[in-house]
Design a protein around this ligand. Structure first.
Ligand SMILES: N[C@@H](CCC(=O)N[C@@H](CS)C(=O)NCC(=O)O)C(=O)O
Length: 232
């Protein structure tokens, strides 16, 4: 049987999402580590945006983590990581889009900002999005008493947000952001996520993240991702 090839990098939270999905589904895959500072020749053939994650399976070539994760859900439906009901699926996609277009953007804008006033703006923006996710997101979506976004079953929403929470110490260390106490459901969710075998299997240390995000924090990052995010 052909195996999935995942082009990945340990530092990358987007690749982290996809690795979590593969682990949660129990899919065997070959991980190809990409040095983002020195990408291999021919990388554009598998990843036209020159980013990780990118995936090859049979004749399919897929990039963009949210698309990859839905692709994996379609090709390997068990265990399901999306709800069966179309209305709930739509809500799951709304919060995945929120993660991509708002939550992660303010995370990076805050980390990249050098001017103290700009940092304060993004700190407030980031925390207000977190409170919105608490009240309008996990607070309303959970169908039962379970700790995850949709209640007792883990879903793509959880796996989409989690990598940025593992990287939270970066924001605390470089930008003095503490987790807001009023986000009780998100805190409960975070604790549940941290102890999942998938998260444990691929966790990186705080020291690893602090070192790898130093250039973002001190304004010297010059990667494609950092340049794009400065323009958002
Ligand atoms: N929207 C993309 C973002 C992926 C992304 O930004 N990956 C970063 C690493 S975290 C990357 O590969 N950057 C390449 C570069 O900056 O040269 C996704 O969801 O997959």
């Amino acid at each position: 049987m052909e195996r999935i090839e995942l082009y990945s990098a340990n530092v990358c939270p987007y690749a982290h999402r996809t690795r979590l999905v593969l682990l949660e589904k129990g899919i065997d895959f070959d991980s190809i580590a990409i040095d983002l500072n020195n990408k291999p020749a021919g990388f554009a053939e598998v990843s036209p945006y020159l980013k990780v994650p990118a995936l090859k399976y049979k004749s399919d070539r897929v990039w963009e983590s949210a698309v990859i994760n839905e692709y994996l859900e379609e090709v390997f439906p068990d265990p399901p990581l999306m709800p069966a009901d179309p209305g709930k699926r739509a809500l799951a996609r709304i919060w995945i889009d929120f993660a991509n277009t708002k939550f992660t953007v303010s995370f990076y804008k805050l980390l990249l900002a050098q001017d103290p006033q700009e940092q304060q703006h993004w700190r407030e923006e980031f925390l207000s999005q977190l409170r919105f996710a608490e009240t309008e997101g996990i607070g309303k979506l959970s169908a039962d008493e379970g700790p995850y976004w949709l209640g007792s079953s883990v879903s793509l929403i959880d796996l989409t947000f989690y990598p940025w929470f593992e990287r939270w110490p970066v924001l605390t260390y470089y930008r003095n952001v503490e987790f807001p106490e009023e986000c009780v459901r998100l805190k409960q969710w975070w604790v549940a996520m941290e102890s999942r075998p998938s998260a444990n299997a691929i966790r990186n240390s705080t020291g690893f993240y602090l070192k790898d995000y130093e250039k973002y924090a001190n304004g010297t990052a010059d990667s494609i991702s950092a340049r794009e995010m400065r323009q958002v």
